[in-house]
Design a protein around this ligand. Structure first.
Ligand SMILES: [Zn+2]
Ligand SMILES: [Zn+2]
Length: 265
C-alpha cells in the first residue's frame, strides 16, 4: 500500500519517512509531526461529491482531506480533461466520471495538487500533463506522466495550458476559449471578489516578488477571460476577470513596495 501524506495529500511511489512537499517553505509539517495514510484507508472514511461549479462538474472530498481543493471536469473532445486532482479515487467516483464521458487527460496547476494523479491516470488510461519545471516534486514517477515545456501548451477545443510561474516555477493555469480561467491557486480567488491575489506560500504567508507578479501578468496578457475559477468550492469570479487580475497585480506590486491600498468603503 502506497503512502499518502496526510497534510498535502500527495501519494508516494515507494517507502518514505518525510514529505519533501510539506518540508518545503510553501507547505508545513504539522506540529504533531509527519503523518501518513493510504488510499485504502481514505476510501473507508471519505467520499467524493460531484456537483456543478459555474457550469463545470467539480469533484471534492468529504470530509475535507489535506489541502481541500476540488478538481474540475472540463469537456474536451467528447470526453473530459480533469483540471487539478484530488487524492481520493473510488469506484463510485470512477463510475460518475465515466457517466460524464471519462477522462482523456489530467492537467494539474502545481505540485500541491499532484495528490494521487497516477491512480487516476491508470484508472482512466490517460496521461497526466505537468510542467517540467516542477519535475522534482513528482513523488510517484510513472510512464503516464507527460512533462511539457515552454510557456503554453495548446490542447485543442479551445483549451490552453499557460505557465505563469509564481507560486511554483511550473505554476500553470488553464484557459478556455469561452472566457474562463481555471486558476488553481496560481491566481488566488479571495473573499473580496473584486480582486485576486498571488503568494509564494499561502499557509506561511510568504509573498512573491514584483518580478514574479509581472511574469504572471505577461503570461496571461495574450488571453481574454471573464470568469475565474479558483481551487476550492465556490471560489468563482463571475465576470471582468482580466481587469480584476490586472488591477490586483498593480495593487500587490504597490503594497510590496510600501504603498498600502486605499480604503474603499
Ligand atoms: Zn506532504
Ligand atoms: Zn499551492
Amino acid at each position: 500500500m502506497l503512502g499518502v501524506c496526510v497534510t498535502c495529500g500527495v501519494q508516494f511511489g515507494g517507502p518514505a519517512e518525510r514529505c519533501p512537499v510539506c518540508e518545503d517553505p510553501r507547505q508545513y509539517v504539522p506540529v504533531s509531526g509527519q503523518q501518513w495514510t493510504t488510499l485504502e484507508a481514505l476510501r473507508r472514511d471519505h467520499r467524493n461529491v460531484l456537483r456543478d461549479e459555474a457550469g463545470l462538474t467539480g469533484i471534492g472530498t468529504e470530509p475535507k482531506f489535506a489541502i481541500g481543493q476540488r478538481a474540475l471536469l472540463v469537456p474536451w473532445g467528447g470526453s473530459n480533461l480533469l483540471w487539478d486532482c484530488v487524492t481520493l479515487l473510488d469506484d463510485d467516483t470512477a463510475a460518475a466520471v465515466e457517466a460524464r464521458g471519462g477522462l482523456r487527460a489530467i492537467a494539474i496547476s502545481h505540485p500541491h495538487y499532484y495528490s494521487a494523479m497516477v491512480e487516476w491516470a491508470h484508472r482512466f488510461g490517460c496521461p497526466v500533463l505537468l510542467h517540467e519545471a516542477d519535475r522534482e516534486w513528482i513523488m510517484r514517477p510513472d510512464d503516464a506522466i507527460e512533462l511539457w515545456s515552454g510557456d503554453t501548451r495548446e490542447l485543442g477545443d479551445g483549451l490552453t495550458l499557460v505557465r505563469c510561474g509564481g507560486h511554483f516555477a511550473g505554476g500553470t493555469v488553464l484557459h478556455r476559449a469561452d472566457g474562463t480561467l481555471l486558476a488553481g491557486d496560481i491566481v488566488q480567488v479571495i473573499p473580496d471578489r473584486t480582486h485576486v491575489s498571488f503568494m509564494y506560500s499561502y499557509p506561511n504567508y510568504i509573498p512573491l516578488p514584483e518580478a514574479e507578479i509581472r511574469g504572471i501578468l505577461a503570461a496571461l496578457e495574450p488571453f481574454d477571460y471573464e470568469r475565474i475559477l479558483g481551487a476550492w468550492w465556490g471560489t468563482v469570479i463571475p465576470g471582468d476577470g482580466r481587469a480584476i487580475v490586472e488591477r490586483s497585480a498593480q495593487r500587490y506590486i504597490s503594497a510590496i513596495n510600501g504603498e498600502m491600498p486605499a480604503r474603499t468603503g
